[in-house]
Design a protein around this ligand. Structure first.
Ligand SMILES: Cc1cc2nc3c(=O)[nH]c(=O)nc-3n(C[C@H](O)[C@H](O)[C@H](O)COP(=O)(O)OP(=O)(O)OC[C@H]3O[C@@H](n4cnc5c(N)ncnc54)[C@H](O)[C@@H]3O)c2cc1C
Length: 649
C-alpha cells in the first residue's frame, strides 16, 4: 500500500527548484511548527544587556534636520552615522564593531525611524543584508581582517546588489552572469579569473557605497572548476570597470538608492569565503535575509505606526470642529481604535519575535510572516491616520508628521520579498513544507527515493491528522480552539500538494490565518510580560480571531468534497459591538499605560514635541492657544504669481 501511496504522492508534488530547496533547508522553526501541531508555544523572555549609548544616539538624532532630504544634498549624516559605528551592529567587538542583541538593534532602528524613515533605511541596510554579516559568517580570515574593521569604523560604506532589471521577485532567475576564464600574463603564465557583466538596480546605498556585495551566477563553460552557480563577491568602488553613475529616487523618500553596472574582472579571493563558496550564494543569502525580514522592516513598520498613533492621539484632542474635539466623534474613535489595534499587534509581535531571535532561533517562516504582516498593518495605520489628519496630512510642512511615512510605506511592502509573493507563495505554500512536522520529511523521502522514511513519516502524519481532526469536535473556545482548527485545516489543504503554488488565493488566505495566529500569540505574550491592559489585549485578540474565523469559513467554502468533513469548523464570527468600540476608546484614553507603551521608543522632536508640551498647558491659557494654532497650522509658501507691489497700489 505504501508503495502505491509513494507513487501517487510523487506524481502530485511539483518540481522543486534548487533555490526553493535551499530556501526550505535554511533557518529553523519554532511557534510556526507548534501551530501546525495544534499547540501554542511561547519563547523565554530575554534579559538584554544594552550596549549602545542612548545619549550618543540622541545627540546624533538631535542634529538631524527633519526637513532636509538626506540624498542627494545632505549626505554628510550618512558618514557621521558610519563614523559613530551605527553601521556595525552585526559585527563582532573583535573587529571593532558593536554587536547588539536583536532586541537592542530593533529598538535603535525603531527610534531612528521615528525621526525619519530615510534615516532608518540608511542604518537598516548595513545592519541586515550589507556584506558585514555575510563576511562575518562566511568570509575567509583575510576578508574578515581586512573588511570588518573598515566597515565598523565607517571607512567603508556597504551595500548589497542582488536585483537587476531581469531578476526581481525571482531573485536568481535571470541574474547577472560571471564567466570563468584563463588570463595570461606577459610571461605566458595563466591564472583563473571571473568576468562579470553587472547590471544591478534599486540598490540601497549604492550611490554612496564604497564596498559592494554582489550576487551573480558563476558559469564555467570550460570546466575549469568543480562548482558553479549563484556566488557572492566583494567589489570596491575603485574596481576597474565598475560604474556607479546613476541613481533612482524612491518616492522622494531621501535615501540613496541606485545602480551598479559595468563589466568587471575579479579574482577568486574576491568571492565571499573564497573558492569554496562558489555556488553557495543563495544559501548564504537565505540564511542572512532573516535579519531584514524579521528585524529591520518590522522595526520601521513599528516606528511609523507608533508616530502615527501617538501623533493622532494628541491631534484629535487639540483639533476641534463642530464645537467639539475630534476625539468626541465616534467615526474618529473607530478609526483611531483601528490604528491602536494594528500598532498593538505590530509592537507585540516584534517584542516576541526579538526574544525568539535572541534565543538563537532563526525561524524563516516567522520572518516572512513578520515582514508581510507588520508592513501591511503599518499601511492600515497610516491610511487611517491620514484620514483623521485631513488636509493637514496632505500638505507638506513642519506639522505634517505622516507624509514621510505615508510615502515610504510601499517601499517596505515591495522590498526583501514583495508582500504579494510573500503572502501567496512563501508563508504558506512554501512555508508548509518548512513548518509542518512531517511534510518536509515526506518530500525529502520522495526526492531521495527513501521508502522507509516515507512510510514512517506517512504513518506519523496520518496519526497526527486523525488525532487533531477528532479534537476539533470538542470545542475549547478561544485561541487554543482556533489553533487546533487551523492545524486540521492545514492537513486537508496540504492534500492539494503542488497545486497550492497555483492556487494563490487559497494559500494567501491560509497565510493570513497563520500570520494572525502568530500575532495573537504574541499579544498574549506581550500582556503576560507587560500587563498593560486586559481590556485592550482581549479586544485585539478577539479582532484577530474574528478576522481568522471569517477566513477559515471562506477557505472551507472554497474546498472540494473535503469541505463536508470540515463543516463543524465553520464557526460563528463573534461580533464586535459598537459598545465595545466605545469602551475600548475610553480605555485607551483613560489608561495611561497604553499610550506610554505606544510612545516608548519614539524620538520626541518637532511637532511631536509640541504635542507633548500642549498636554501640560491649561486650555484657557495664552500659551495653549498659541501652541494650538501652531499645531493646527499648515505651512504656507509664498505665491510666486502674486506681486505684492501690484496689489498694494
Ligand atoms: C527602494 C528599494 C530598495 C531596494 N533595495 C535593494 C537592495 O539594497 N538590494 C537588492 O538587491 N535589491 C533591492 N531592492 C529590490 C527589491 O528586493 C525588489 O524590488 C523586489 O524583490 C521585487 O522585485 P520587483 O520590484 O522587480 O517586482 P516584480 O518581481 O516585478 O514583482 C511584481 C509583482 O508581482 C508579484 N509576484 C512576482 N512573482 C510572483 C509569484 N510567483 N507569485 C505571486 N506574486 C508574484 C510581486 O509580489 C509584486 O507584487 C530594492 C527595491 C526598492 C524598490
Amino acid at each position: 500500500m505504501y508503495k502505491q501511496l509513494f507513487s501517487i504522492i510523487k506524481s502530485k508534488i511539483p518540481k522543486i527548484s534548487k533555490t526553493e530547496l535551499i530556501a526550505l533547508q535554511s533557518g529553523t522553526t519554532f511557534i510556526d511548527r507548534s501551530i501546525l501541531k495544534g499547540e501554542i508555544a511561547y519563547p523565554e523572555k530575554q534579559n538584554i544587556n544594552y550596549k549602545f549609548s542612548e545619549t550618543k544616539l540622541n545627540l546624533l538624532l538631535d542634529k538631524f534636520n527633519i526637513n532636509n532630504k538626506i540624498y542627494p544634498n545632505n549626505k554628510t549624516i550618512i558618514q557621521e552615522f558610519a563614523n559613530n559605528k551605527l553601521f556595525s551592529f552585526l559585527i563582532d567587538e573583535k573587529y571593532g564593531g558593536i554587536k547588539l542583541s536583536v532586541n537592542e538593534l530593533s529598538d535603535i532602528l525603531t527610534k531612528i525611524t521615528t525621526v525619519d524613515p530615510a534615516l532608518g533605511v540608511i542604518v537598516m541596510v548595513p545592519n541586515s543584508l550589507g556584506p558585514g554579516e555575510l563576511i562575518t559568517l562566511y568570509g575567509t580570515n583575510a576578508q574578515k581582517d581586512y573588511y570588518l574593521p573598515k566597515l565598523s569604523n565607517g571607512e567603508m560604506i556597504p551595500c548589497f546588489g542582488l536585483t537587476g532589471p531581469n531578476n526581481g521577485s525571482d531573485a536568481t532567475g535571470n541574474i547577472d552572469k560571471g564567466v570563468v576564464f584563463k588570463e595570461y600574463d606577459s610571461m605566458g603564465n595563466s591564472k583563473l579569473k571571473i568576468k562579470i557583466n553587472l547590471n544591478k538596480r534599486y540598490i540601497t546605498l549604492a550611490p554612496v557605497a564604497n564596498l559592494m556585495g554582489i550576487a551573480f551566477e558563476l558559469e564555467d563553460p570550460n570546466n575549469f572548476l568543480d562548482n558553479s552557480g549563484v556566488t557572492l563577491a566583494l567589489v570596491e568602488r575603485k574596481h576597474p570597470g565598475l560604474i556607479q553613475n546613476t541613481y533612482h529616487n524612491p518616492l522622494n523618500a531621501g535615501f540613496p538608492n541606485g545602480t551598479i553596472k559595468g563589466t568587471i574582472v575579479i579574482d577568486f579571493d574576491d568571492i565571499i569565503g573564497g573558492k569554496e563558496n562558489i555556488g553557495n550564494g543563495w544559501k548564504m543569502l537565505m540564511e542572512c535575509l532573516s535579519a531584514g525580514r524579521a528585524i529591520s522592516l518590522p522595526a520601521t513598520a513599528n516606528a511609523s505606526s507608533k508616530v502615527a498613533s501617538y501623533g493622532i492621539y494628541n491631534y484629535i484632542q487639540v483639533r476641534d470642529q463642530f464645537k467639539m474635539p475630534l476625539s468626541n466623534m465616534e467615526a474618529i474613535q473607530e478609526k483611531f481604535n483601528n490604528m491602536i489595534y494594528n500598532t498593538w499587534v505590530i509592537q507585540s509581535s516584534i517584542n516576541m519575535t526579538n526574544d525568539i531571535l535572541d534565543s538563537a532561533h532563526s525561524p524563516s517562516v516567522i520572518s516572512a510572516i513578520m515582514k508581510q504582516q507588520c508592513t501591511e498593518r503599518a499601511r492600515i495605520v497610516l491610511n487611517e491616520g491620514m484620514d483623521i489628519h485631513g488636509g493637514a496630512g496632505i500638505c507638506v510642512g513642519y506639522n505634517n508628521f505622516l507624509e514621510k511615512y505615508y510615502k515610504s510605506v510601499p517601499i517596505g511592502i515591495s522590498v526583501e520579498g514583495s508582500n504579494t509573493l510573500t503572502r501567496s507563495l512563501i508563508i504558506f505554500a512554501q512555508g508548509l513544507n518548512k513548518s509542518h512536522p512531517y511534510i518536509y520529511d515526506i518530500l525529502d523521502s520522495i526526492l531521495t527515493n527513501n521508502h522507509d522514511k516515507f512510510k514512517t513519516n506517512f504513518q506519523n502524519i496520518f496519526k497526527m491528522s486523525t488525532k487533531l481532526y477528532f479534537k476539533t469536535f470538542f470545542s475549547k473556545n478561544g485561541l487554543e480552539q482556533q489553533v487546533l482548527d487551523y492545524a486540521t485545516l492545514t492537513n486537508f489543504v496540504a492534500l492539494k500538494a503542488g497545486a497550492l503554488k497555483r492556487e494563490q488565493m487559497l494559500s494567501g488566505a491560509m497565510a493570513d490565518i497563520f500570520g494572525n495566529l502568530y500575532l495573537a500569540i504574541s499579544v498574549k505574550y506581550y500582556h503576560k510580560h507587560y500587563n498593560v491592559s486586559d481590556k485592550l489585549t482581549n479586544y485585539v485578540i478577539s479582532r484577530l480571531m474574528n478576522e481568522n474565523q471569517q477566513k477559515i469559513n471562506h477557505v472551507i467554502d472554497n474546498l472540494g468534497y473535503e469541505k463536508y468533513m470540515l463543516m463543524h469548523m465553520k464557526r460563528n464570527v463573534k461580533p464586535i459591538y459598537f459598545e465595545d468600540e466605545r469602551s475600548i476608546f475610553s480605555e485607551i484614553v483613560s489608561n495611561p499605560k497604553i499610550i506610554a507603551s505606544i510612545k516608548d521608543n519614539i524620538y520626541v522632536k518637532g511637532i511631536i514635541k509640541d504635542f507633548e508640551e500642549i498636554q501640560n498647558l491649561d486650555e484657557s491659557s495664552v500659551q495653549y492657544q498659541h501652541l494650538k494654532s501652531k499645531i493646527i497650522n499648515v505651512d504656507e509658501t509664498k505665491n510666486p504669481e502674486y506681486n505684492d507691489e501690484l496689489w498694494l497700489k
